[in-house]
Write a protein of this length. Structure first.
Length: 255
C-alpha cells in the first residue's frame, strides 16, 4: 500500500474483474471485518474504480473538502485523475492495481463503507457487485442501476448527486455506526450470483433455436460471450485470479 497522499506506481493496469462467485464472496467476507465498536475513529470510505468526469470527478472535487474533518478516503484504482487529490492529508491514493490485489487493499484499509459517485446512469455496475461481495455498505448516487439495485437504508444508501447531500449522508453514518453495522449485516446476507449461474440464465434467455441467421447482432454478441465464459480457460483463470486462485486451478463456486 502507498502512504497517505502518495500514488502507488508499481502497477500498470487496473482491471475490475466481475467478482460474482461464491468463492470470492466467501474469501473476502471472512477477510474484511466490520468494527461498529470503533465509534471514535474517523469514518473510512473507499471510492473504487477509475475517476473520470462521468464517474463523478467534479462531484468528488466539491465533496472532498466538506468531509475532511471526519473521513479518511481511499481512492482505489483512480487512475491519473486521482493525482489531483494526492496532496490532501485525509486522502490515500492507489492509482492502479491488479484485480487479484483487491482483497489486499481493502483488508489493509479496513473501510466502513464504499462510495460510488457516477453522475450518469449505470447500466448494472460490477463495482457495486464487488463491494457487496466484500460485505461493504455502499453510498451511491440515486440513479440508474444504483437506484434499481440498492434498497435505501437496507442494502446501502442513495443520495442526490450533490456534494452537500453526499456529505450529509456520510456525516450521519460517521455518527451512527450501528446503522452501518445493520446494513453491513444485510449486505453480507445478499445472494452472490456465480459465473455458472449467470451462464445458465443466458442459456435460458437465448435458446439455440432463436439464434439463427436472422438473430440480431446484440443477441449474437451476448451468446458469444456466454460461450466464451463456458469454454475459455483464459477467462476462467482471470476470474479465478480475483478469488486468489492460481492460473489453471479450477473454480469451484460451491466449495
Amino acid at each position: 500500500m502507498s502512504g497517505w497522499g502518495q500514488c502507488e506506481d508499481r502497477c500498470t493496469e487496473q482491471v475490475f474483474t466481475c467478482p460474482v462467485c461464491k468463492a470470492l464472496a466467501r474469501t473476502l467476507r471472512k477477510a474484511v471485518a466490520f468494527h461498529p465498536s470503533w465509534d471514535s475513529r474517523r469514518l473510512r470510505v473507499v471510492l473504487p474504480g477509475r475517476l473520470s468526469p462521468h464517474k463523478g470527478l467534479a462531484l468528488l472535487g466539491e465533496l472532498v473538502g466538506e468531509i475532511a474533518d471526519f473521513v479518511d478516503l481511499l481512492l482505489l484504482g483512480s487512475g491519473d485523475f486521482g493525482r489531483a487529490f494526492a496532496h490532501l492529508p485525509h486522502v490515500r491514493l492507489v492509482c492502479n492495481f491488479e484485480s487479484a490485489e483487491l482483497r489486499e487493499h481493502i483488508e489493509a484499509f479496513d473501510p466502513d463503507c464504499a462510495l460510488l459517485l457516477s453522475v450518469v446512469p449505470e447500466s448494472f455496475s460490477f463495482t457495486l457487485s464487488e463491494m457487496w461481495a466484500l460485505g461493504l455498505p455502499v453510498v451511491a448516487t440515486r440513479q440508474g442501476a444504483f437506484a434499481e439495485r440498492i434498497q435505501d437504508g437496507e442494502t446501502g444508501f442513495l443520495v442526490d448527486g450533490e456534494a452537500d447531500h453526499v456529505a450529509l449522508c456520510l456525516r450521519r453514518l460517521a455518527s451512527e455506526r450501528a446503522l452501518l453495522q445493520d446494513v453491513a449485516d444485510k449486505v453480507r446476507r445478499l445472494p452472490v450470483r456465480t459465473t455458472d449461474a449467470m451462464v445458465s440464465e443466458y442459456e435460458r434467455l437465448f435458446p439455440e433455436h432463436s439464434l439463427g441467421d436472422r438473430a440480431d447482432p446484440i443477441s449474437l454478441g451476448l451468446w458469444q460471450c456466454v460461450l466464451r465464459l463456458k469454454t475459455d480457460d483464459v477467462v476462467r483463470d482471470r476470474m479465478n485470479s480475483a478469488c486468489g486462485f492460481q492460473p489453471g486451478e479450477a473454480l469451484n463456486p460451491d466449495g
